[in-house]
Design a protein around this ligand. Structure first.
Ligand SMILES: [Zn+2]
Length: 448
């Protein structure tokens, strides 16, 4: 029996309609012409975004007291902007306001909620994000990015991300199953039902071709496979790894590519906003998922919107949300936007991600992104993928492990110190350890 063309599968939610119905037509026309939003001229993408923002503003104005009041305070007499630049006049939403509050920005009746996701709440109370079923199975899947995602029904995708509370596990599961018809192995991250050895065994048994996980867990799985006698490249032959959840440097990514023998790409998203950016095969930054989100970069102090090329805080407006739209949501992540000149042909803007504001390390009188330090540390092949950065009164101590090297501890300490001095001019202390804890959760690498 011939298999259904599952990437053309549409899900309908009975008797359901919302302010987003108009975009079904937009995406259907693209589909019919064999196009995706990725390669549309940027003016056309911007026209779509303006229309989607106005539909969202009208929705939140009509269905949420908080958003309505804030828009009125800002001088709006109707929920409408005339250009994307005018988005700057819409009030911003900050994390602290919605932390621990389930209904502040909820825009549907509670009985319409199909799924609740929570942030891990590592820095305070969790943020609750409510999705309607239509959000999850209809609207979220409208934009297709077939240039960026090559997965199909020939693939088997292992998802080693948290399934409890947070969005990533279930989000990828829906994406693979409903957008590409890909079979999914829901591994989670070392939970009761799927310890590491069983997860690797399952990937082997079902010939997984795709792995989606965090950088640290990709390292952990590779490391553990050696213990369990599972040969990467023979028993498990991946063609693609998607990394998400934690940032990491390009050199860390390249080391994972070597170890796993396949292309590794970053996927940037959050539990509140969903997908934000995806790396193309050129690895020159993230293409912004402009079907799903409108991004702005602001100066975190003056809150002014910055032009292309300037680094600042990333502000996200979701375009296809019914349950809980995020309007000008301050993410706390740093980055800069460029117009796409990428020779992959994708026209969606390119985002360079710089990590989180509160994670910057002040060494001497300069601020350094931990990924930048990781980048230079990972250039040293004798250093393993597990490390700690500890900052004490402006002095950096790097705790590192050895990786397949004959160097003595003393020689490696000297090598790291010289390398960091020569490459970024940092004087640091180095401690070689062999017991840096492995983690199933988010890897903690920075101690500030
Ligand atoms: Zn590209």
């Amino acid at each position: 029996m011939e298999k259904l063309q599952t990437h053309k599968m549409t899900v309908s939610v009975d008797k359901h309609s919302s302010h987003l119905e108009q975009f079904k037509e937009f995406y259907k026309e693209l589909d019919d012409q064999g196009k995706t939003i990725e390669k549309l001229p940027h003016e056309e993408i911007e026209e779509y975004q303006l229309q989607a923002i106005n539909a969202t503003l009208e929705h939140v104005w009509n269905h949420n007291e908080y958003y309505h009041a804030r828009l009125e305070e800002a001088g709006f007499t109707e929920p409408k902007i005339d250009s994307l630049e005018q988005l700057a006049s819409v009030p911003m939403l900050v994390k602290d306001l919605i932390r621990g509050d389930k209904e502040k920005i909820l825009c549907v009746a509670p009985k319409e909620i199909g799924q609740v996701h929570l942030t891990s709440g590592t820095s305070g109370k969790p943020i609750y994000t409510s999705y309607t079923l239509a959000d999850q199975y209809v609207y979220d899947l409208l934009p297709k990015y077939l240039q960026l995602f090559k997965e199909s029904d020939d693939d088997v995708a292992a998802i080693a991300l948290p399934y409890e509370f947070a969005l990533p596990g279930l989000g990828f599961q829906r994406l693979f199953q409903f957008a590409f018809g890909t079979a999914v192995l829901s591994l989670g991250k070392g939970g009761y039902m799927a310890p590491v050895d069983k997860s690797l065994e399952l990937m082997k048994e079902y010939q997984a071709t795709v792995l989606t996980t965090t950088p640290s867990y990709a390292a952990l799985l590779a490391e553990e496979s050696e213990k369990y006698g599972i040969k990467i490249g023979e028993d498990i032959q991946l063609k693609k790894i998607w990394l998400t959840g934690e940032g990491c440097s390009s050199t860390f990514r390249e080391r994972l590519e070597k170890w796993w023998g396949c292309e590794v790409s970053f996927f940037y998203g959050s539990t509140e906003c969903g997908v934000i950016g995806v790396e193309c095969s050129k690895h020159q930054g993230y293409h912004v998922m402009e079907g799903h989100v409108k991004l702005e970069i602001i100066d975190p102090v003056s809150k002014e919107v910055l032009p292309y090329g300037r680094t600042g805080e990333i502000v996200v407006t979701t375009l296809l949300r019914e349950g809980m739209p995020m309007v000008r949501y301050r993410t706390g992540d740093l980055g800069k936007l460029q117009k796409s000149k990428c020779n992959c042909g994708i026209k969606m803007d390119v985002l360079e991600l710089r990590g989180r504001m509160e994670h910057m390390l002040r060494i001497g009188t300069e601020d350094y992104s931990p990924f930048m330090i990781e980048h230079f540390l990972m250039e040293i092949p004798d250093v393993g993928l597990w490390y700690h950065l500890k900052l004490n009164q402006g002095v950096l101590t790097i705790e590192a492990e050895k990786f397949r090297t004959n160097l003595s501890d003393e020689q490696l300490v000297e090598k790291i110190q010289n390398h960091m001095k020569n490459r970024i001019g940092i004087d640091c202390k180095v401690v070689i350890r062999d017991d840096i804890p492995r983690t199933f959760g988010k890897a903690t690498r920075v101690f500030n």
